[in-house]
Design a protein around this ligand. Structure first.
Ligand code: ASP
Ligand code: MG
Length: 419
């Protein structure tokens, strides 16, 4: 069997959904486990709903949610022929779940509400696409993945309970009566049946969980680009497709912020040697990229820019060394507030961190670190990372930038600069 994952752009409008059906139809004799993301920018829209709700703007949250709701109702109305099918009842249930919550007052943490609201995007999209596929003769079974993927309650970045999930996957996905399953990625649920999410873009990872457990022959991620490229083509028109990559390379690229594949996707595939294909849903005849364990030599420079970066400058309060104790305390703080620095540079009595600009996390970090350090924060920065850097590329990309921190290994150069 094969695992497919279709991203949000592949189902963002009626023609795109029909295109997806065409692709799946080309694999008529295969057993397929298909993961489909929320349609278009639905996840972003739902994030806005969650924010409005949590900041006490109930009316605004409801209004924003109505827009999401309307988009899906329209999609179903114009895509599906059988208007009185169970899909409508199911959509209504999902809408009601969210609206019911929006009428409450927030009493728990933000991340909890985020997950309860945002998870609905994938449920709506898979419900519509699955119904459409059944209508056009691509028989499939829809699954609520929250019954199958069990996680802890670390909302917004939930960790999968592999043992529980493996049993459920093997029990539910047997390919006994049908060849195609349609389900969600990115979401799961806790022991208490509360919805969780695995982190933005997490459906690549969900797909890899199924590929691993079901010993898939391959996983394919269908995207709007030709394959994995050496830079983001929207920002760097000179970007080229990399037809072959190793898992090691891809995990590094993802770590440095390339929005190619969710970083957690690689391990489950690597562990079982399952090839990962990245293909273009706009032209499925293109070769795309294949990622395997094979070491690939002579790669061109691969570069990524992370925006909205913050430099946190920590200076020891009494001029004592940044020795083991302060470092251990600092890493404990990272763990407690769930922050992952993108770069760390240590000196004798000071330490610099580059982190994503998340106000809530920054405040917590500054508060906790100020027990040991004087804390200074500079915002509005960008972090450029170049794998397999060469002088020409480095000079071209860093030209005119006011560089404030630079770090180099044999493979990778990182440059933090003001914009
Ligand atoms: N819909 C989610 C997101 O946009 C998950 C995914 O597409 O992978 O982040
Ligand atoms: Mg996506």
């Amino acid at each position: 069997m094969k695992v497919f994952k279709f991203g949000g752009a592949s189902v963002q409008d009626i023609d795109k959904v029909k295109n997806v059906a065409g692709i799946i139809d080309g694999y008529a004799d295969e057993q397929l486990m298909i993961i489909i993301s929320a349609m278009g920018k639905t996840t972003n829209a739902l994030e806005k709903v969650a924010e409005a709700f949590f900041t006490g703007n109930k009316e605004q949250a409801l209004q924003l949610f109505t827009i999401v709701k309307q988009q899906h109702v329209n999609m179903a109305k114009y895509l599906l022929v059988t208007h009185y099918n169970p899909c409508y009842a199911q959509l209504t249930d999902f809408f009601t779940e969210v609206e019911w919550l929006l009428h409450d007052k927030p009493v728990r943490e933000y991340d909890y509400y985020y997950d309860q609201i945002v998870c609905v995007g994938e449920l709506l999209s898979t419900c519509i696409v699955s119904t459409y596929l059944n209508e056009v003769g691509i028989t499939n079974k829809w699954l609520d993945i929250r019954d199958i993927v069990r996680t802890d309650n670390n909302f917004r970045d939930a960790a999968v309970n592999w043992k529980w999930t493996e049993e459920a996957v093997k029990r539910e996905i047997t390919f006994e009566d049908n060849n195609i399953y349609i389900t969600q990625g990115f979401i799961g649920s806790t022991d208490d049946n509360e919805s969780t999410t695995l982190g933005r873009e997490g459906s690549d990872f969900s797909a890899a969980i199924f590929a691993n457990i079901l010993d898939a022959e391959s996983q394919t991620i269908w995207k709007d680009v030709e394959g994995v490229m050496n830079a983001d083509p929207k920002a760097f028109p000179e970007a080229v497709v990399l037809h072959e990559l190793s898992f090691d390379e891809v995990i590094e690229m993802a770590y440095y912020g390339a929005q190619v594949i969710h970083p957690k996707t690689i391990k489950p595939l690597h562990n079982k040697g399952i090839p990962l294909h990245v293909k273009c849903f706009l032209d499925s005849s293109l070769p795309g990229t294949v990622i395997t364990k094979k070491n690939i030599k002579n790669l061109p420079p691969i570069y990524v820019v992370k925006q909205k970066q913050v430099l946190v400058h920590l200076h020891s309060k009494d001029f004592s060394f940044v020795g083991d104790e302060p470092i251990i305390a600092l890493y404990q703080i990272f763990k407690d507030i769930k922050i992952k620095p993108n770069l760390i540079q240590t000196g004798a009595v000071s330490l610099q961190l580059c982190v994503d600009d998340r106000q809530d996390k920054l405040e917590q970090l500054a508060a906790a670190a100020s027990a040991i350090f004087d804390v200074q924060i500079e915002k509005g920065l960008e972090l450029l990372s170049i794998r397999h850097y060469d002088d020409a590329t480095t000079a071209r990309l860093a030209e005119g930038k006011q560089i404030i921190l630079q770090q180099k290994t044999l493979d990778t150069l990182q440059v933090l600069y003001r914009i």
